[in-house]
Design a protein around this ligand. Structure first.
Ligand code: ADP
Length: 155
């Protein structure tokens, strides 16, 4: 059976932290679907189209990576895609506590779904889309926090 993982998030915008998690997950799976969720509680800074475009640019030529968007529950999207793995990144103990709760609930809703947590690299563990957006709003430079393929869009 094909090993398909869904990596859900807002990716508003994608950072070097997100890209690193995907790259490190690639040897483990046949396909990684980067899935942009439309989270009702979050107002995004960048449009869905723009966020998809950036992710596609970062993983251009990488056949195992797909980019999609979804609404509703992540488990329903995983089921629809026949994905048995849910990929998430962990930067801190706070991330872990949050992911643990979500993973338990997801597993209850879809028992075949296994959550795979990958630890952030030390040097990326303070990088988040939230911080990147704050710097952008303050007119600061974020080029080094986003993948090099899209950095020119943040000059
Ligand atoms: P969400 O809106 O669900 O928090 P994000 O787009 O912020 O989604 O992040 C998606 C996933 O990437 C989450 O699992 C998050 O923990 C992980 N992530 C974000 N930044 C980093 C980073 N710097 N290092 C490792 N994982 C990260």
């Amino acid at each position: 059976m094909k090993k398909i993982a869904v990596f859900p998030g807002s990716f508003d915008p994608i950072t070097i932290g997100h890209a690193d998690i995907v790259k490190r997950a690639l040897p483990l799976f046949d396909e990684v679907i980067i899935a942009i969720g439309s989270n009702s509680q979050k107002q995004s800074l960048y449009s869905l189209e723009q966020r998809i475009k950036w992710i596609e640019l970062v993983f251009k030529g990488e056949k195992k990576v797909k980019v999609e968007s979804y609404g509703g529950l992540t488990v329903n999207f995983c089921e629809k895609k026949k994905a048995n793995y849910l990929l998430r990144g962990i930067r801190s103990a706070a991330d872990f506590e949050y992911e643990k709760t979500i993973a338990h609930l997801n597993h209850d809703m879809l028992p075949q779904l296994e959550t795979i947590l990958i630890l952030s690299r030390l040097e990326y563990s303070s990088i988040s889309s939230t911080i990147v957006r704050e710097i952008i709003r303050g007119k600061g430079k974020v080029g080094k926090f986003v993948p090099k393929q899209i950095a020119k869009d943040f000059k």
